[in-house]
Design a protein around this ligand. Structure first.
Ligand SMILES: Cc1cc2nc3c(=O)[nH]c(=O)nc-3n(C[C@H](O)[C@H](O)[C@H](O)COP(=O)(O)OP(=O)(O)OC[C@H]3O[C@@H](n4cnc5c(N)ncnc54)[C@H](O)[C@@H]3O)c2cc1C
Length: 170
């Protein structure tokens, strides 16, 4: 088992001076990892390699720099017959609506380089007129219960914005 991580290897001890909202990272090793998993840090997956029947035989990878860009000449292949993709949400996709409205919409670029859309949790309005944001795109990766709550509150705010008043619950 080889576990790939695009981030640099975290330090053995967490930095005690790291304060909220930043997350103090440190190297953590689970019992399963200790049992024999090999971990590669600052590595990106470039390609899944298959045989003539389309069955996975390997994963082409490369090292990345601090901006997570591939470092030329560092490509390598890991033999594999099974690949699990376990990638967490890191922010709205950069090629979507946020890209189309680039320069008009204020994005919150935090230390983890996620780019959430800035809107408060009262009126849910973004910096673009008549554009509202709620849920993960606004607060960052979160939980379904928050998405439901924000969706209801945003509906209340939008109805009020359009109609001047609303009977929708907040
Ligand atoms: C792997 C994984 C596991 C998770 N497990 C849990 C869990 O166990 N419990 C939990 O509470 N939460 C979990 N979450 C988090 C939860 O899924 C999210 O917090 C929640 O779905 C956010 O809801 P949302 O409506 O804000 O965004 P989303 O559910 O992401 O909905 C956004 C929607 O917008 C659509 N969209 C995007 N761009 C456009 C466009 N240009 N035009 C039209 N539509 C567009 C997308 O297709 C999508 O349907 C998990 C998340 C992930 C990724």
């Amino acid at each position: 088992m080889t576990q790939l991580d695009i981030r640099p290897q975290p330090p053995e001890k967490e930095d005690k001076l790291t304060v909220w909202p930043y997350w103090a990272t440190k190297m953590r090793t689970s019992s399963s990892q200790a049992e024999g998993a090999q971990r590669e840090f600052q590595v990106a997956t470039l390609e899944f390699i298959g045989d003539e029947d389309g069955v996975l035989t390997g994963v082409k990878c490369c090292e990345v720099d601090e901006k997570r860009k591939p470092v030329a000449g560092t490509e390598f292949v890991i033999r594999a017959d099974l690949a699990f993709i376990a990638i967490g949400f890191a922010g709205p996709i950069s090629g979507g609506v946020t890209k189309e409205l680039d320069g008009q919409m204020t994005l919150n670029v935090d230390a983890r380089r996620s780019t959430n859309v800035v809107a408060n949790d009262r009126d849910y309005r973004t910096s673009v007129d008549r554009l509202f944001a709620a849920g993960d795109v606004r607060r960052g990766q979160s939980l379904v219960v928050w998405a439901i709550r924000e969706g209801r509150q945003a509906a209340h705010a939008i109805d009020k914005f359009l109609m001047g008043e609303t009977v929708l619950p907040r």
